[in-house]
Design a protein around this ligand. Structure first.
Ligand SMILES: [Zn+2]
Ligand SMILES: [Zn+2]
Ligand SMILES: [Zn+2]
Ligand SMILES: [Zn+2]
Length: 335
């Protein structure tokens, strides 16, 4: 079968659609996790979701939906442990990792499922994805993308500085739980694409790459979504083309390695541009927070502009595009 013939197969087109939506959704949530230094949260939720998949297989219901429910439960539990308990974030994650993976494998074994079935979810199985799976993937991914982009200013403010966000009147706990739930949903979305054990890579690596190349928050999240899509669709196509040459490349690992290759290329570029920026800064002591006019400003900030308003000393800052802006004469300053 030629590569062109393979790409026009119905199962391949279903896989491409799933890869496209996963590539957009996973880095969108991942941006907020990276911002909060919770890069491995997706991985912890992925391990918990193994239990959900096993429950679905054993009870004969849809593993996708049981995985969504268990993943959301695990993510909310993680937030509660982090917020209420004395356990630190990484210990809470470790508890989830081991508990989720161990119970998943145990339940699956007791239910008499072959490890091969569970493996489809651990390492992804884009080529066995059904029409129903594709529809669920599209709907869940769309919900994740719309909420991440629509609530970006609030989510960014909370991820950036919890105390500041609390003072500004944001419901910090609510947004923390929301990010955890969105992470859980995108883990389930990415489950069929890259698999539960590699899920976190697609949430984190495109964001890390994007951070090397971009500076503002808006461009970081946009570039991360583009990079995630290129990696997931590109990785799938690469694996498919390899299979026509009798090379058994699994799509999940191919996608992750392609994303990592992007980081390897972007890293020196990031080092170089940051070095250049330092050379160009004329007064390094002045500090960017003092007075830095923003380049472009599409609109006049005011009480009714819809952006979060934060009283700050004798003036009001507006959270806009992930930054705090304050009016200063005829322009706006970055604060
Ligand atoms: Zn505004
Ligand atoms: Zn200010
Ligand atoms: Zn502004
Ligand atoms: Zn100014």
């Amino acid at each position: 079968m030629s590569p062109a013939e393979l790409l026009s197969e119905p199962f391949m087109q279903r896989a491409l659609i799933a890869a496209l939506f996963t590539g957009l959704a996973a880095p969108a949530v991942g941006t907020f996790l990276v911002q909060r230094r919770l890069a491995l949260m997706g991985d912890g939720i992925g391990h918990v979701a193994v239990t959900g998949v096993a429950l679905g297989l054993v009870t004969g219901t849809s593993p996708t939906w049981t995985a969504v429910l268990v993943a959301i439960g695990g993510a909310v539990l993680l937030e509660i442990i982090r917020e209420r308990g004395r356990t630190s974030g990484d210990v809470a994650l470790a508890l989830l990792f081991y508990g989720g993976l161990a119970s998943g494998i145990l339940i699956s074994g007791i239910g008499g499922n072959s490890t091969a079935t569970l493996q489809r979810y651990l390492f992804g199985s884009l080529t066995t994805i059904s029409v129903d799976d594709v529809i669920v993937t599209m709907v869940l991914a769309a919900v994740v993308i719309v909420l991440c982009l629509g609530l970006a200013p609030q989510l960014f403010a909370v991820a950036q500085d919890q105390d500041f966000a609390r003072v500004a009147g944001l419901r910090v706990s609510f947004y923390n739980v929301l990010v955890a739930v969105l992470a859980a949903v995108s883990v389930t979305v990415a489950m069929r694409t890259v698999g539960l054990l590699l899920v976190s890579a697609l949430m984190v690596v495109p964001v890390a790459t994007s951070q090397q190349l971009t500076r503002s928050f808006r461009t970081t999240i946009a570039a991360a979504m583009v990079l995630g899509t290129v990696a997931s669709v590109g990785g799938l196509v690469l694996a498919a083309v390899a299979s026509t040459y009798d090379v058994n490349a699994m799509p999940g690992p191919t996608i992750v390695l392609l994303a990592l290759a992007g980081y390897v290329v972007a890293w020196p570029v990031g080092v170089w541009t940051r070095h250049r920026a330092r050379l160009r800064a004329p007064f390094p002591d002045a500090g960017p927070t003092e007075h830095e006019p923003t380049e472009t400003h599409p609109h006049q900030h005011g009480p009714d502009c819809g952006h979060l308003a934060v009283p700050h000393d004798d003036h009001i800052d507006y959270v806009h595009d992930g930054h705090r802006h304050a009016e200063h004469g005829a322009h706006y300053d970055e604060h």
